[in-house]
Design a protein around this ligand. Structure first.
Ligand code: FE2
Length: 522
């Protein structure tokens, strides 16, 4: 059965604020209680105007609450400035990733100066993920706006403008929480040498005299962008016990085009540039000193959004990624293309893969260009020191099919690990599978149901578990074809991928594709 791209062409017009019961089968593990909240684009139209790209939809928060009597579902739109302005104007006013909005200055809500205010020029719609900072939960995106939400009601409480607080232009939507409650992130700013990436740590509690954890992040280190007018798109990064790992991929943001697009009120995607045949530059920043490891390290080209995990072993840093040859995926998901091309759209999207990159830490000047510096047993990855001193990496392919939105046992973050779980990303197939990937063997164990398309799966360890895969995988998702207004949560045994529980819900409007989520234990 071909991939059903209509599952991306959904338009949720009505939230489900009151929790509803579903049709269930199976039984919940007695230890599993909490809320799985997912975030993603939801509402696609305002009046007669419609967003052009899937990722432009106004964020909707969807919650599967796992309680004593079963699972309930509820949803609320994120009440961003963009959402409120578009709603009250009954048209798309604020430009998004792939859609030009009509000028805020022309809208009936316009105030003097709005057109040139950063927080009015750039959308604060945040449909990418949910992150815990301090004691609170926030909806995030790539722009410097995060929204505090109430996880019990899904109400939007307040907005934090990180551009105003920290003078930054964009922020990583996937910060990396640490065991002590601090949260590492990458913020993009401009230094004396042009664009730069600052690695920062937000504290677990507001510092003395400060009201929020965002007030004064600790700076861990900084890296200048390799191209002065083209900082790289950096959706995720890695943190190991001793290093922060940044991958500068060939997908860049053309600053000049971006400024021109902003003035002309054109969408963001027009400012993204793929630097054909350019290598991926890898930066390792030492956490204790903030200094970058001096050896220049580059890897053969790939496009990526998600790093699965990074860890250190035997004086080497291992970087596992969900990779692609090119970023065609971003350009394929325009609503018009989906409607015109149907299943044949799959021909335009590169198949992904799971790759392992290994960076040697102690590189001797005497190393011959013929000597593979990767010494991990059984690895097929290579690292060759070139005559100019650059270490050139070739990854090992672990799996020829990508499983996206990776989730691992949280105790293994930054540590050696064996398994990850994700949703299959091969658009030429049905693509509804959830896979458990064995990173040692490359073998994949899958679960799937005809016509069901999973959003981000999430691994929850069983309390007291010893084995890495002892727990469950939460799989939210939606259905293709005519079942547009149904959503389902499936709970799988993480070890053998067998189904142990499901609950299906009928919604008042289209079920929406979610991108990422967070599990909050009860
Ligand atoms: Fe992501």
């Amino acid at each position: 059965m071909p991939y059903d791209f209509t599952t991306w062409d959904r338009n949720c017009q009505e939230e489900q604020a009151t929790p509803i019961q579903g049709n269930t089968s199976g039984s919940l593990p007695p230890w599993l209680r909490g809320a799985y909240i997912i975030n993603g684009p939801g509402r696609m139209t305002y009046g007669d105007s419609e967003f052009l790209h899937v990722f432009d939809g106004s964020a909707i928060l969807q919650k599967y609450n796992i309680g004593e009597t079963g699972v309930t579902y509820s949803s609320r739109f994120l009440k961003s400035y963009a959402f409120m302005t578009n709603s009250e104007s009954e048209q798309i006013v604020v430009s998004e990733f792939g859609t030009k909005g009509c000028s805020a200055a022309k809208s009936k809500l316009a105030k003097l100066g709005d057109k040139f205010a950063f927080d009015k020029m750039f959308s604060d719609n945040a449909p990418v993920s949910l992150v815990r900072y301090g004691e609170d939960y926030y909806a995030t995106t790539e722009s410097p706006f995060v929204h505090k939400i109430d996880p019990s009601t899904l109400e939007t409480i307040s907005k934090v403008d990180l551009h105003k607080e920290l003078s930054i232009n964009s922020v990583c939507p996937h910060p990396v929480p640490q065991p002590d409650g601090t949260v590492f992130s990458i913020i993009h700013g401009v230094g004396a040498m042009g664009p730069k990436y600052d690695v920062v740590s937000f504290p677990a509690k507001p510092l003395e005299g400060k009201s929020t954890v965002f007030a004064k992040p600790q700076k861990i280190g900084s890296v200048d962008a390799r191209w002065k007018f083209n900082p790289c798109h950096m959706h995720t990064f890695g943190v190991t016990p001793n290093y922060v790992v940044l991958l500068e991929q060939p997908l860049t943001i053309d600053v000049k085009a971006m400024v021109a697009n902003t003035i002309r009120e054109k969408p963001f995607i027009g400012g993204m540039e793929w630097m054909e045949n350019k290598l991926v530059k890898i930066h390792l920043i030492e956490r204790s000193t903030g200094k970058e490891v001096k050896t220049k390290v580059k890897c053969e080209p790939f496009f990526y959004l998600h790093i699965i995990n990074t860890y250190e072993m035997n004086d080497q840093v291992v970087i596992d990624i969900c990779g692609y040859d090119k970023p065609n995926l971003l350009h394929a998901l325009f609503i018009e293309k989906i409607r015109m091309k149907g299943p044949s759209l799959a021909d335009e999207i590169e198949g992904g893969y799971v790759k392992r990159i290994i960076v040697p830490l102690n590189v001797m000047k005497e190393s011959s260009p013929d000597t593979n510096l990767v010494t991990l047993p059984g690895s097929k990855a290579t690292a060759l020191r070139q005559k100019d001193g650059v270490v050139l990496l070739k990854p090992e392919t672990i799996c020829n099919t990508v499983y996206e939105n990776p989730t691992i046992n949280p105790s293994k973050s930054g540590q050696p690990y064996r398994y990850y779980w994700g949703a299959e990303g091969a658009f030429k197939e049905n693509c509804g599978k959830v896979g458990k990937v064995d990173m040692e063997s490359g073998n994949v164990m899958t679960w799937q149901e005809e016509n069901f398309f999973s959003a981000e799966a999430h691994f929850v360890p069983r309390p007291g578990a010893v084995a890495e895969d002892d727990g469950v995988v939460l799989v939210p998702g939606l259905f293709g074809g005519a079942r547009r207004n149904e959503t389902m949560l499936v709970i799988l045994n993480a070890a053998d991928m067998t189904e142990i529980y499901r609950s299906t819900f009928s919604l008042p409007s289209d079920a929406s594709r979610a991108l990422h989520g967070i599990f909050i234990p009860a």
